[in-house]
Design a protein around this ligand. Structure first.
Ligand code: SF4
Length: 238
């Protein structure tokens, strides 16, 4: 009887908290990696729906541990009901809750959004502050959220490291690090300043749609020639 063909070995590509780590790229290779993403998507944008700094801030707070698509299903109705910090504060956590029940951790997020709206009214004249310390003092706003707002709204060269960028930075060797802060600091150092602002979007989108958590889709990766990952997936699953 002919021997059965051996099953292809399943490769563990790592997890969100323990991503595979490749040898760190030299600086010129890191720049080439980022430039290849830039060429493929010259005008990247956040996928969250928003109309102004306040609605972006709320959308980013709501997006913690939830997909942008799930947030975008809730926010148009929420922002129509409460388009300003004053209106959101008046709506309160109980009023916000029903709009966001379909996203993860909605009860805590409703409380945070109500409290941050109140703080914006009481301490910042109803405006989103362009200052990291002031942003991080708002309820529900951590370093990553502050980095997104500073980048997208205020044009600052920040790098918000989410789960996608953390995995990608480690897996391909662009900016290996044991925690998000290490990856953030390496990326800021290694990314050419002129590309830093958009690099946040390029890397998130690349991690979300190509260098995916379960298995990277290296066969269609525009940055493959510059990637140090040893277990590249060079063909789609049969
Ligand atoms: S070649 Fe593969 S592992 Fe490397 S960045 Fe592209 S998708 Fe990720």
């Amino acid at each position: 009887m002919p021997a059965r063909p051996a099953k292809p070995k399943r490769i563990d590509h790592g997890s969100a908290t323990a991503p595979r780590r490749a040898r760190m790229m030299p600086a010129a290779q890191a720049e080439a990696f980022i430039r290849s993403l830039a060429v493929a998507n010259p005008a990247p944008e956040t996928e969250l729906l928003y109309t102004d700094p306040f609605t972006l801030l709320v959308a980013v707070v709501l997006s913690a541990q939830t997909t942008d698509a799930a947030v975008n299903r809730c926010t148009p109705a929420l922002f129509a009901a409460a388009p300003t910090p004053a209106a959101m504060a008046a709506l309160g956590a109980e009023g916000i809750g029903p709009y966001i029940r379909t996203i993860g951790l909605w009860q805590g997020k409703a409380r945070n959004v109500a409290a941050l709206a109140r703080d914006l009214v009481d301490k910042h004249g109803g405006q989103v502050p362009a200052d990291r310390a002031a942003l991080e003092a708002l309820p529900g706003v951590g370093r990553k959220t502050a980095n997104v707002v500073l980048n997208v709204v205020f044009g600052q060269e920040t790098m918000a490291v989410d789960t996608h960028i953390f995995r990608l930075g480690n897996r391909c060797g662009l900016a290996p690090g044991r925690n998000v802060r290490e990856v953030e600091e390496r990326l800021v150092k290694r990314c050419p300043p002129a590309l830093l602002r958009d690099a946040h979007h390029w890397l998130i989108l690349h991690g979300r749609y190509v260098c995916k958590a379960r298995a990277p889709e290296c066969w269609r990766c525009v940055a493959r020639a510059f990637c140090n990952y040893r277990d590249k997936v060079l063909a789609p699953p049969a």
